[in-house]
Ligand binder design. Structure first.
Ligand code: SAM
Ligand code: DTB
Ligand code: SF4
Length: 321
């Protein structure tokens, strides 16, 4: 059994990250194989249930109302539309359905009641339900859990030091507080961040340190490569070296050995070879389908072709229901 550790120092994380690439990949692969099948990748499907018009100023995000990204806004989707998408996701092999809303926080009232009903409906279809709806209070977290929400996604995005360069409308502490509420309600935590926003290597590793200092570790850790969207302040962010991204994935795998490491946004812009290296480095989950929340994703055919060439396979969705 791999020992879990919650007090990684930045120096220790850096020593892992900076080792020669073959040593890093070997170590990550070894940890990966101790804890998971190295040949299997789990799929989640994302659906933006409320799009755009968000009051926050996250510099990467096409959905902030402060930037003109040409995105078509829509209010909360009708529940029939969401159920239909959930069924399609299950048929195409996803085991988790993740609903995202461009909100700063959930507001109690009819809209939240609707969400609770939708969560119940999707869970009844035999999918793991994940929500990402912004900040939430302790009692909202408990109600979501009671409705059948299995996981809650809320990212720390970057290091505490770099965070202020990216978001001014809510604090790191706010985010940690929401994560606390999610944990105490008994939902699992999906928490990660974004690479490629102009942050330093120390910022990337500082993010990993924050994630690994949570006890228990987040059950899933999405590592996003920034999708540069025209009109956002980060549209011209400096290019990211793909091998640095792979190093980030490998380091996450080593320090959070039992977590699902999700190769998240940015796959559409990545070569198949970079993705293959990420799987070698311990990534074992992806978002499936042609769209993330608002930006393009590779789609099922390209993913199936890649996995087949690697002799790998997808975790199959449960067949009941
Ligand atoms: N509004 C909620 C929130 O911020 O928690 C939920 C949705 S928000 C779009 C979920 C996550 O998507 C963000 O925390 C961020 O990490 C990621 N994200 C958003 N835009 C992105 C982009 N352009 N590239 C990569 N990741 C992005
Ligand atoms: C996460 O870390 N990545 C997903 C999910 N959690 C909600 C979202 C990625 C969004 C990329 C930009 C977009 O498509 O709008
Ligand atoms: Fe709003 Fe979430 Fe986008 Fe930030 S990341 S602008 S909170 S939708």
């Amino acid at each position: 059994m791999t020992d879990l550790k919650y007090d990684w120092s930045l120096e220790d994380i850096k020593a892992l990250y900076q080792q020669p690439f073959p040593d890093l990949i070997y170590q990550a692969q070894t940890v990966h194989r101790k804890n998971f099948s190295a040949l299997q990748v789990q799929r989640s499907t994302l659906l933006s249930i409320k799009t755009g018009g968000c009051s926050e100023d996250c510099a990467y995000c096409p959905q902030s109302s402060r930037y003109d990204t040409g995105l078509e806004r829509h209010k909360l989707l009708p529940k029939e539309v969401i159920y239909h998408k959930a069924e399609e996701a299950k048929k195409s092999g996803s085991t988790r359905f993740c609903m995202g809303a461009a909100w700063r926080q959930i507001k109690d009232g009819p809209e939240f009641d609707n969400i609770l009903e939708i969560v119940e409906g999707v869970a009844a279809k035999g999918l793991e339900v994940c929500c990402t709806l912004g900040m939430l209070t302790d009692s909202q977290a408990k109600r979501l859990k009671a409705a059948g929400c299995y996981a809650y996604n809320h990212n720390l995005d970057t290091s505490p030091e770099f965070y202020g360069e990216i978001i001014s409308t809510r604090t790191y502490e706010d985010r940690l507080q929401t994560l606390k509420h999610v944990r105490s309600a008994g939902m699992t935590i999906c928490c990660g961040g974004i690479v490629g926003m102009g942050e330093s290597v120390d910022d990337r590793l500082g993010l990993l340190q924050q994630l690994a200092s949570q006890n228990p570790h987040p059950e899933s850790v999405p590592i996003n490569m920034l999708v540069k969207v025209q009109g956002t302040p980060l549209e011209n962010a400096p290019p990211l070296e793909p091998l640095d991204f792979v190093r980030m994935v490998a380091t996450a795998r080593i320090i959070m050995p039992k977590s699902m490491v999700r190769l998240s946004a940015g796959r559409n812009e990545m070569s198949d070879e970079t993705q293959a290296l990420c799987f070698l480095a311990g990534a074992n989950s992806i978002f499936a389908g042609e769209k993330l929340l608002t930006t393009p994703n590779p789609g099922d055919d390209r993913d199936a072709h890649l996995l087949a060439r690697l002799g790998m396979s997808f975790v199959e969705s449960r067949v009941e229901n």
